[in-house]
Design a protein around this ligand. Sequence first.
Ligand code: ISL
Length: 538
Amino acid sequence: MTAQWWRDAVIYQIYPRSFADSDGDGYGDLPGAIDRLQYLVNLGVDAVWFSPFYKSPMADAGYDVADYEAVDPLFGDLSDAERLIRRAHELGLRVLVDLVPNHTSDEHRWFQAALAAGPGSPEREMYLFRDGKGPDGSEPPNNWTSVFGGKGWTRLTAPDGTPEQWYLHLFDIKQPDLDWSNERVREAFDGVLRFWLDKGVDGFRVDVAHSLVKADGLPDFDAEQALLDGGGGPMWDQDGVHDIYRRWRKVLDEYDGDRTLVAEAWVADPERLALYLRPDEMNTAFNFQFLDSRWDAASYRDIITRTMAADDAVGAPTTWVLSNHDVVRHVSRFGLSDPGSSHEGLGIRDEQPDNEVGLRRARAGTLLMLGLPGSAYIYQGEELGLPEHTTLPDELRQDPTWFRSEHAHVGRDGCRIPIPWEADAPGLGFSPTGETWLPQPESYRALAVDQQIDQPGSTWTMYRDAIALRRQLGLGSGEMTWVEAGDDIVAFDNGPIRVMTNVLGAPMPLPEGFDVVLSSMPVDDELPTDATVWLRRS
Ligand code: ISL
């Protein structure tokens, strides 16, 4: 593999509880994932990113970590994680793990020690405990809210029943925020990084990378004004956060083999996001502007141009992504009237998506994405064209965003359904007993892996061919130049390939002097609406 492999890699996100179950309890696990690594080799990806598999009470599906250096029994044990890393490397796959530094679980020993030690103790200073406002401290310390809904603060009660201090949680009540101005916290995470680097991981996906540092004094703020000002508020994207990543870069650089950091940072301004990618910080950051885009050619051209320019300015590659475990699957998103409204199941509550249109656009969007220079992320199941599960019974929902938003958001369970491996097996082959922690919709049967693998025209085969061709022709490290082809066409050259996506335009004749090497749907001499072609000069 090449040096700085992360510049043009295709990385596959495994959401462990929904990927493959080996022990029959209905939850995916690490041994199940190990058994399926060959599947990823066949698909042709370079690396795998695992969402958290650490010890956790699972209030936020593992993003509430109770021990960063232990595997939750739901997924296996530490020796399974070691075996996974070893086996992936034998197969030529790199491994990224998820790092959740903004908050711990309230069941983490650091938080438990902070509770026991009481106000003013060094243990409490690892988190953001504050006295409440008002004469009896009964008002929260400021007006911040939780991303998942409700107040951003919860008040403690002492063992004798008297109300006590409040602690900040930008997410669930069970996810107290750490105080990153505290050197003890920084040192503790140096240790966590080294623990996994020593085990051989190739890098980390950094959860909510833009939230670790909060503005001094934790000031009240006007959420609407902050949005108008282009920022999210005093808890997001503060300049001080960059010191942390400079420190981590140094830790990673102590290790050989191009270890990498990818930022999950919902920073809307591409120039601000690129600051995370300066040479002494992170290497890549998900381009969520691309994920959030309307199905609109001008919007794609604008986002691609601006992000690549901002990333080029700091010498970083752009990182493309269309789906992950937090957003409505892009087959269904593209089948909605406004694909931009994808977060926490928003937008899908009152409108059933048109998944037929959505799948056409999803395939077109994928060939657009994989034709661009930079790295790209694939979320498990998108290579099968899986839609969102939009008819989950409410009583089965598990995502805290559903509960905490008081059902205003349907939550993220619908994009986290267990993968269908075999059409005719119980539980679609997800687990040996047929158990699945969430039910699969009937539409998943025809989309199962065994129905699509190596089948001409299937979504799986399109992904495999695109990944192979992209590697063979060096598209990931290519130079792209825009081609003028009309308002509704996104068209560019990348090395020997011309990529053309017809976004809502009328069918258009293919340019002369080119052969089709790959297309998102069958084409003769016309490029249909909602389709992408990869062309090569004949
Ligand atoms: O903050 C946001 C918008 O500004 C959110 O979109 C937020 O960045 C996003 O929800 C963060 O997600 C990550 O952290 C969460 C976890 O629930 C998600 O699964 C994870 O991807 C808390 O750890």
